[in-house]
Design a protein around this ligand. Structure first.
Ligand code: ZN
Length: 171
């Protein structure tokens, strides 16, 4: 297990657009493993490569059973992590407004409006293309992490002020 240092809001890497991944090298696989370790260690539900200082289009998400009994089983939801390389949001619908946090801004959260549903296309670690649909928290996490790849932090979308939280799950 190898942990990487999570960059904190204000770090220039968090404000830059990431490059698409052309092929998955052993180094890229190691990065993905480290991102997962780092996310779980920090009790996060998602992490994007720029948060560990790497400007590549890679995100990992695991919302666990955070949605409780209403959760629909699926990738990134109780069945282990969702790893997305070069993700591209194809479709969105609906709207949800809820609390959002970020591992790059520990201890804080804010209210953000996101789509209730997203459909996203991405590549897995074998560069095989796949599509995944997410609702609720998974949709929120996908949007949050995809924003990171464009150098966008959720604070730019917060309605009202940030507030302090303890022990919340962060993305
Ligand atoms: Zn984040």
């Amino acid at each position: 297990m190898a942990l990487r240092q999570i960059r904190i809001y204000g770090d220039e890497k968090l404000a830059k657009a990431c490059r698409p991944v052309q092929f998955v090298s052993p180094r890229t696989k190691l990065l993905i493993r480290d991102m997962l370790d780092t996310m779980y260690e920090a009790n996060g539900v998602g992490l994007a490569a720029p948060q560990v200082g790497i400007l590549k289009q890679i995100v990992v998400i695991d919302i666990g059973d955070a949605e409780g009994e209403d959760a629909e089983p699926g990738i990134g939801c109780g069945d282990g992590p969702l790893v997305m390389i070069n993700p591209e949001i194809l479709e969105t619908s609906g709207e949800q407004t809820g609390q959002e946090g970020c591992l790059s801004l520990p201890g804080q959260a804010g209210m953000v409006t996101r789509p209730e549903y997203v459909k996203v296309k991405a590549f897995d670690e074998d560069m095989k293309e796949f599509e995944v649909e997410g609702r609720g928290l998974l949709a929120r996490a996908i949007c949050h992490e995809c924003d990171h790849l464009q150098g966008i932090m959720y604070v730019e979308k917060v309605e009202g002020d940030l507030f302090e939280v303890t022990d919340e799950e962060e993305e």
